[in-house]
Design a protein around this ligand. Structure first.
Ligand code: UT7
Length: 331
């Protein structure tokens, strides 16, 4: 069997400067800091306010600093995959717009929509481009401008989300580092519990749909919570078992940041202490496709070459999964 794997060789991220904290939300809807922190773990989130700037703007910032860190140019990139559910436009793809903004002329590019699992789906996809042997530099970026689809009069959703982008570079590795395994799943019966309806071909944007608020993010939080808590924990336990890993073998769990309680349940099931879990939900909230790469970016300084790292996510669809990788460098 080939020992060629896709290793993460650089990470970067970008979040907007503007902060929306729980106290500001108290002025906007009937809520309070204590409720939000106890139920979700979130204290504040970032909001992209720059006029005319969409998801590609944030992704471009993250990728430009990624390239600078690795000392390569945009023309060195072979593939760009953008995991997002808030594309700038219906088409061309956000990845396409990113290519133009960073000046990438040699890359194939496309968007991947798997909601909050988007980044791990895109990572597995990017990993297979590398394993084909045909592509040497693959950028996987998770980016979402959630503020564009949030109803800031709905207290059940507006407290949860923020905007941001995180990117990784994948390169071939034959020395035992990189992506070892992944389990990715879908259950389409979740489609009515977590969605944004009024943008698509089945239910296009019409004045009536806008008045009904169909273009906004919608979630049945309690029902989604139950699925998320079991599915994310189950799949993470499954990937550990399949790779003969115990909690002690795991250096870090890097989970999607939707709710601190879901993260705690997953860590407990894996036998991993919270000291080995990357958390930034308190600062950024749920940035959908960006939560996991933003965590990788923030915790990169703590990761050591050879660390066993498990990524886990759950999101709309439903989609969920886990990826097991060995970290490839010391920073
Ligand atoms: O990332 C994609 C996947 N998404 C997720 O994984 C999210 C999963 N769901 C959740 O994280 C949680 O369900 C929420 C954080 C969204 C909600 O927490 P909860 O503990 O499930 O609360 P709840 O919806 O059951 O609401 C409990 C109470 C209700 O009042 P009553 O009926 O008990 O009187 C709500 O009306 O809290 C009320 N409530 C609020 N109170 C203050 C709902 N939102 C708020 C709020 N502030 N913002």
């Amino acid at each position: 069997m080939s020992s060629l794997r896709a290793a993460i060789t650089a990470v970067s991220g970008w979040v907007p400067e503007d902060i929306l904290d729980n106290h500001q939300l108290e002025q906007m809807v009937e809520t309070n800091d204590e409720w939000i922190q106890t139920r979700t773990g979130i204290k504040e989130r970032r909001i992209l306010k720059k006029e005319g700037a969409g998801t590609s703007y944030m992704a471009t910032k993250a990728i430009n600093s990624l390239l600078e860190k690795r000392g390569i140019t945009a023309n060195d990139i072979d593939v760009i995959i953008c995991a997002t559910i808030t594309p700038d436009l219906l088409f061309p793809s956000t990845a396409n717009l990113i290519c133009e903004q960073i000046g990438a002329k040699n890359a194939l590019s496309f968007d991947l929509a798997a909601a909050c699992s988007g980044f791990i789906y895109a990572l597995e996809t990017g990993s297979n481009f590398i394993k084909s042997g045909q592509y040497k530099k693959v950028v996987v970026v998770g980016a979402d401008k959630m503020s564009a689809i949030i109803d800031y009069t709905d207290r059940s959703t507006c407290i949860l989300f923020g905007d941001g982008a995180g990117a990784v570079l994948l390169e071939p590795d034959e020395e035992g580092y990189g992506v070892y395994d992944s389990i990715l799943k879908t259950d389409g019966s979740g489609k009515d519990l977590l969605r944004a309806k009024g943008h698509g071909s089945a239910d296009p944007l019409t004045p009536e749909n806008i008045i009904k608020g169909e273009h906004f993010f919608y979630q049945e939080g309690k029902a989604v919570f139950k699925f998320a808590v079991t599915r994310m924990a189950d799949v993470s336990a499954e990937i550990m078992k399949r790779n003969n890993l115990t909690g002690d073998d795991i250096a870090y769990l890097v989970p999607h940041q939707a709710n601190k309680r879901i993260i705690e349940a997953t860590a407990k099931r894996m036998g991993v202490g919270m000291d080995k879990v990357t958390l930034n939900i308190q600062k950024f909230g749920n940035t959908t496709g960006a939560t996991i790469p933003l965590c990788l970016w923030e915790f990169e300084k703590d990761f050591k070459k050879g660390d066993n790292i498990v990524l886990a996510a759950f999101g709309g669809g439903f989609t969920w999964g886990s990826v097991y990788l060995k970290w490839a460098y010391n920073s």
